[in-house]
Ligand binder design. Structure first.
Ligand SMILES: Nc1ncnc2c1ncn2[C@@H]1O[C@H](COP(=O)(O)OP(=O)(O)OP(=O)(O)O)[C@@H](O)[C@H]1O
Ligand SMILES: [Mg+2]
Length: 498
């Protein structure tokens, strides 16, 4: 069979350093090909060469047995190759439907038409997204759905999904996988990048693993299991380290009540909800996307705009507070680590060091007034090492980092502020298996040090792994509380949907 799409001996260098080294990759018609590897392994870069986003330094792209030159993403799209990016590429100031029909000159200006068409199209995919909503008002999961819908809408023959499921709830994932099946049956070829190895094993026909920019192995999925993938990814067996984290641990007892939220309401997203968070403990919050978890956290931390804050009381160490902007919240020791790193997490054109140092300045953790370059370097180096951020050095700008490493910078920037209460919103989204372990250790350590920690996650194993107590959020309200080690996935999921 002739491959539909090929990269032949592809190399991409950035400033002389190869991100992808002499990799050959083939994609057959109607196959789902999972592309796996650690953060920074070169997965996104490889697929960007296939999608006309980056030009290979060396090597060739072949389609239908012919050499092609894909100079831009729209050229690639015309040849039938669409890419759903790891970081959203939607236009935030336009509506969902406008984004779907953006390149469609004929339709773009007929709003009523595209809203009706958009509604029908989204419904056919089983995506619950309002076509008239502004993209800026959507949560990360819904943005992802719009991205996916846009690729499908273009009738692509190849769709590259760069971590499509990390922002989806279990229900949405299920929909997504059945969508992949439908696409495969229609002979669409799919490249699927994910850190969720079980998903790759479940839905792919073949698996390719990369490490440090190089090709390690390509084989039929039936010849892989989780351990085999991991050792190909990291070049040694990590299974002891990974399983080690699942061992029984003591549940931490609640310290002081650091945060107390009473009858908080906001439009109809947060409905009269009440909960508390204690020092020296991890409080996990589980809920489906749209259940109001993120919004409640943002009100607490002053990240949500004031005009949206309707009622209720927030107390920090017993004292009523009402933050309208993040700054005073940060000064009082509340840090919100965003789920949406692209728009809220960092300044992408600034360096890693500058971003981390900004965090230190905001938290008043620096010695001098203003910027001290030496101090900036020291602080940044410490955190780059603590979180194993993979970069040439601290001067690299954040935009040059791989997705998982960007997430680590967001976390470093928050923790450098020495918080009393940290709210992590999806802390390990897009982070590889090894780095998840590192970030979980770090979160554990914060609680051990006496900090009040709140972890919002739609990834149930993460909630179960970390939490001393688990709060379940449904339709804008905390509806149930469980003791950390005394519950299981089914019980929590049941509480979240019923
Ligand atoms: N625009 C850029 N400028 C400089 N270096 C870059 C750029 N884009 C990527 N890199 C580097 O190339 C390497 C591979 O990055 P890539 O984004 O392909 O990794 P990845 O496998 O997709 O990782 P992740 O799982 O974290 O998304 C990384 O070391 C990254 O820092
Ligand atoms: Mg990537």
């Amino acid at each position: 069979m002739t491959p539909l799409l090929e990269l032949r001996n592809g190399t991409k260098e950035y400033r002389g350093i190869p991100a992808v080294k002499d990799v050959t990759f083939t994609l057959y018609p109607g196959e789902v090909h999972a592309l796996l590897g650690e953060n920074g392994a070169g997965k996104s870069t490889l697929t960007k060469m296939l999608a006309g986003v980056v030009e290979p330094t060396a090597g060739e792209v072949w389609m239908d047995g012919k050499k092609v030159e894909l100079k831009t993403p729209s050229e690639a799209l015309k040849s039938g190759i669409a890419m759903v990016y790891q970081e959203t590429s939607l236009v935030p100031s336009l509506t969902v439907a406008q984004n779907l029909y953006l390149t469609d000159d004929k339709h773009f200006h007929r709003l009523r038409g595209i809203y009706i068409a958009g509604q029908q199209f989204l419904q056919s995919l089983n995506f619950h997204v309002d076509p008239t909503a502004l993209v800026s008002s959507l949560g990360a999961g819904q943005k992802q759905m719009v991205e996916i819908a846009r690729a499908v809408h273009h009738n692509a023959r190849v769709i590259i999904f760069d971590e499509p499921t990390s922002t989806l709830t279990p229900e949405e994932k299920y929909q997504f996988f059945s969508l992949i099946d439908r696409l495969r049956k229609n002979n669409v070829s799919i490249i699927f990048i994910s850190h969720a190895l079980e998903e790759a094993l479940q839905i792919s026909d073949r698996i390719t693993v990369m490490r440090d920019g190089e090709h390690v192995i390509t084989d039929d999925t039936s010849n892989f299991d989780r351990d085999k993938i991991i050792s190909a990814m990291v070049g040694r067996s990590l299974s002891d380290e990974l399983h080690g984290t699942h061992k029984e641990r003591k549940v931490r007892r609640a310290g002081e009540k650091v945060l107390s939220v009473q009858n908080l309401s906001m439009q109809n997203i947060v409905r009269n909800t009440s909960f508390s968070v204690f020092s020296g403990q991890i409080t996990g919050i589980f809920g489906l996307i749209g259940s109001g978890r993120t919004e409640a956290a943002k009100v607490v931390a002053g990240v949500m705009k004031r005009n949206l804050f309707h009622g209720g009381q927030v107390r920090l160490n017993g004292k009523p507070v009402r933050y309208r902007v993040p700054r005073p919240a940060v000064r009082d020791g509340i840090i919100y680590v965003t789920e949406d790193r692209k728009t809220e997490g960092f300044f992408e054109t600034m360096s890693i060091s500058e971003n981390i140092y900004l965090g230190a300045l905001a938290g008043g953790q620096t010695s001098a007034r203003g910027v001290n370059m030496r101090e900036m370097k020291t602080i940044a180096e410490k955190w780059i090492k603590a979180l194993s951020v993979r970069a040439i050095n601290g001067d690299a700008s954040v935009i040059e980092l791989s997705g998982g490493n960007q997430q680590k910078v967001v976390i470093a920037k928050a923790l450098v502020q020495k918080p009393k209460l940290v709210i992590f919103d999806e802390p390990t989204r897009g982070v590889d298996v090894g780095a998840i372990v590192e970030i979980h250790h770090l979160i554990d350590r914060l609680a051990d040090e006496g900090i009040a920690v709140m972890v919002i996650s739609s990834y149930l194993p993460e909630i179960l792994q970390l939490s001393d107590r688990i709060l379940v959020c449904r339709q804008g309200r905390i509806v149930e509380e469980f003791a950390g080690q005394k519950t299981d996935e089914e019980t929590i999921m049941y509480a979240a949907v019923h």
